[in-house]
Structure formats: structure tokens, C-alpha cells
Design a protein around this ligand. Sequence first.
Ligand code: SAM
Length: 278
Amino acid sequence: MKDNLPPTGNGLAHQARKRFGQNFLHDQNVIERIIATINARADDQLLEIGPGQAALTDLLADSGARLDCVELDRDLAKFLKQRFLGNERVTIHQQDVLKFDPRTLRPESHGLRVVGNLPYNISTPVIFHLLKHHGLIRDMVFMLQLEVIQRMVAGPDDKNYGRLGLMLQYYCQVEHLFNVPSAAFTPRPKVVSAIVRLTPHREMPLTAKDPACLETVVRTAFNQRRKTLKNSLKPLFSTEAMAQLPIDTSLRPENLSLADYVVVSDKLSELQSQNPDG
Ligand code: SAM
């Protein structure tokens, strides 16, 4: 069995670093369940974010898949490089994943499979960073805070529905797979965790004229989620333009579907192209 505690530069066992969101998985049943969910094959191209002490990495590497890992912590990256020395299918990148460009891995279209027990402090920025390249990604299996996943899967009329769910569901199918208790980690996080699978749409079911406008409309609407749309969207539409929107503006932001938001955002794109300075 391989040593699980990498030494630090001073020769001591690795101390979990809070600033890097380090909660290491030790529960073998949970690890195996995640690995079975990912179900990697030798011809897969995997990207693991935050491999840490290799709880998932060892078993991912055993699949024979090509595996690139991005780890920010220098001590852990050094340990991982040593651990996978001689395995030509595994590459360790000591880098901030938010600065890592997945195109450098040259994946085939819809080929890359991304996995990771994400550092919770940066989990949503990481996902939106990757979604800039959604056409390269086949699927993503992540461990996140349960509360974040509840927001990701929520639909209209749910109190968890909002910007995160809408923008993710625009790009992906989102599935909450199973929960993981905090006892599965060392140190224990204060929150319950869960596994989510995000599968970027191969054919986008809805296409906004300008996804940046969709983002603007959704953000503006949910900035004042308790107001009616007539009020919350005021910063974006004149009274005249508001009256032309093909939605019921006496509803609240949480009552509109993603398709409704795309219609509103296309109206905003239209207005902006008619009046690019305004
Ligand atoms: N995969 C391991 C496990 O399941 O036990 C570790 C998971 S731990 C929650 C998150 C990992 O992400 C840590 O190893 C941490 O050092 C790494 N990390 C934190 N911020 C990062 C960043 N910006 N880029 C890449 N890795 C990061």
C-alpha cells in the first residue's frame, strides 16, 4: 500500500491547509463509489482538479486513462510527481486551476472528462472557468457542498433557484448523484457534501443571441429576487421596452423558466445592437 501522508519541505507529515480548501477523503467506500460513478476507461482523457494526497488519483490512474492533474499546493504537487514518476499516462501540473487552460491538453471535441473533490472556496469560479470551454468537455463529476448543488439543480418556483442554476443549466445537464457525510474527510468540513455530474449539452437546447446578455439579465433580476420583474429589470429596460417583453412582468424572478430568460436576454441584445452606446 502506498504512503498516504506526503512529507512537507520540513519533513513533517502534511498539515491540511485551510486556505487551499484541503479536506482529504479517507473513507474507502466513498472513494470507490465516486470512482465507480466516474467509470473511467483506458481510452478516456481525464483532468483531475485538486488531487491532494491522491485519494482519487491512484484509482483513476489504475484505469489506464490519460490523466492530467492540476494541484496548487507545491508540497502536494511534489509528492504527486514523485508518486507517479515513470507513469507516462499521468502528468502533474503545479498550478492554479483558475489559470489553467484546458485547451493546452488538446482534447478532442467533447472529449475531456473533468473530475475532482473541489476546494469549496473556489468551486463555482472553477466550474464557470471550465464552461468557457464547454465544447471540449464530455462530463464533469465533482464533490461540492450539498447546499451549492441544491442551487445548481433547482428549477422555477424553488427557493434555491437563481443565477447559479440558470447559468449552469444553460450549458449543461445537472444531476445531483449522492451525498457524502463530513465524517468521510480529514479534517471534517462543517458542511455536508455531495456529488454532482455536469454534462455539457452537445446540441444546445436554447441559444441566447449573446450569453453575456443572459448573464446580465439573470444577475439583474435576482439582485432583487423578492420584487416583481417589472421592478427588478428596471435598470435594463425602459417602460416602453418592458411593455414589449413577451413575459408577465408582474411575476417574480423565481417564476420564470430558463427559456423565458433567454427570450428576455435576446430582447436586451436587440436593444443593445440598435443602440450600441446606450
Ligand atoms: N482530491 C483530494 C481528496 O479528495 O482527498 C483533495 C481534495 S481537497 C478538498 C482540494 C484540493 O484542491 C487540495 O489538494 C488543494 O490543495 C487543491 N487546490 C486548492 N486550490 C486550488 C487551485 N486554485 N488550483 C488547483 N488546486 C487547488
